[in-house]
Ligand binder design. Structure first.
Ligand code: MLT
Length: 324
């Protein structure tokens, strides 16, 4: 009798284990690592996409802001996480391209991460606080040259998109001002609105809401075409800085070796998010442009990532930008 009940207990335990194994991914909450401060552009995109992915995956997506060193600390956190599909990282042009050219990273941006999905891209805006007297970009540059010992610009750290945008702006305009590093452009934009700093070259998704409520002034968008939701802001070509284009594209990655079925579920959920009209409207309002569906795949992200490394590493290295 005792033997029989032991056998039954063992069979029951095995059955439970089998059932647990058979349960499809995901069975528990997923952590989405944002490598910049809460309230900034990467965080905002993660929350918009992540909230919609939750509906498709049937599991909570917990946003974790692991900040510092222009996003390279947060990306390292993803590289070192278990490759089980429960840690996903969001990043962008500077965290996954620029940082590889200027930081002595302890990981390989292509080999130590597996691509999940290419996400939207947004241009940057050249923005100042509302008290800056200039009415257009030419006046702004003249005002900055007259006041260069008094002004400063905000960035999300050496190598961040806002820092590269600021350096490029200085090179193109012959202006010079010190950069103040923050843990993300979320806190930096608050200081710009409050007048603690004077200028930022910042992602439209971060600064546009403040421009539209009159708290900031936008002088140009770093793209060949205007943002449909903000048609009053001229392009850099129109404003007098021809060819000053920066597009901050985003992606989702997981630690290398994550099971392909988990990656496929995550890719599908990201694609469903980007196909949702409510998500599309929120992103369009922020100047974010969704890539074509066929590019939203792991292959699409990998191809774009490699092409951007090939394009930007020689430019960044030649510019001599170094992690301080
Ligand atoms: C952020 O989320 O704070 C930004 O992506 C930082 C940047 O690279 O400018």
């Amino acid at each position: 009798m005792r033997k029989l009940s032991l056998a039954l207990a063992a069979a029951f335990a095995l059955g439970l284990a089998g059932a647990a194994q058979a349960q499809p991914y995901p069975t528990r909450p997923i952590t989405l690592v944002v490598p910049f401060a809460a309230g900034g552009p990467t965080d905002t995109l993660a929350r918009i996409i992540g909230e919609r992915m939750r509906q498709s995956l049937g599991q909570t997506i917990v946003i974790e802001n692991t900040t510092g060193a222009a996003g390279s600390i947060g990306v390292g956190r993803v590289v070192r996480a278990p490759a089980d599909g429960y840690t996903v990282g969001i990043g962008h042009w500077s965290t996954h391209v620029v940082n590889g050219a200027i930081y002595p990273l302890t990981y390989d941006l292509l080999k130590d991460l597996d691509p999940v999905a290419l996400l939207p891209a947004n241009p940057q805006l050249i923005v100042t606080g509302p008290k800056v007297p200039a009415k257009d970009l030419k006046e702004l540059i003249a005002w900055m040259k007259e006041n260069q010992d008094k002004i400063s610009g905000g960035t999300a750290g050496v190598g961040s998109a806002s820092h590269i945008g600021g350096i490029y702006f200085q090179q193109k305009t012959g202006t010079k001002y010190p950069f103040v590093p923050y843990r993300g452009t979320g806190p930096a934009i608050q200081d710009l609105v409050a007048g603690q700093i004077d200028i930022m070259v910042d992602q439209s998704s971060n600064s546009l809401p403040h421009v539209q409520n009159g708290k900031l002034k936008a002088f140009a968008v770093t793209a060949a075409k205007r943002i449909p939701s903000a048609p009053e802001i001229p392009t850099v070509d129109e404003a007098g800085l021809p060819g000053f284009y920066i597009s901050v594209w985003h992606g989702l990655w997981v630690p290398h070796g994550t099971p392909p079925d988990a990656i496929a579920r995550l890719t599908g959920a990201a694609q469903e998010a980007m196909a949702d009209p409510a998500v599309q409207k929120r992103l369009a309002d922020l100047g974010q442009e969704i890539p074509p569906r066929e590019a939203q795949t792991p292959e699409g992200l990998h191809k774009h990532h490699v092409a951007e490394i090939e394009k930007w590493w020689p430019i960044i290295k030649a510019a001599g930008i170094k992690a301080e």
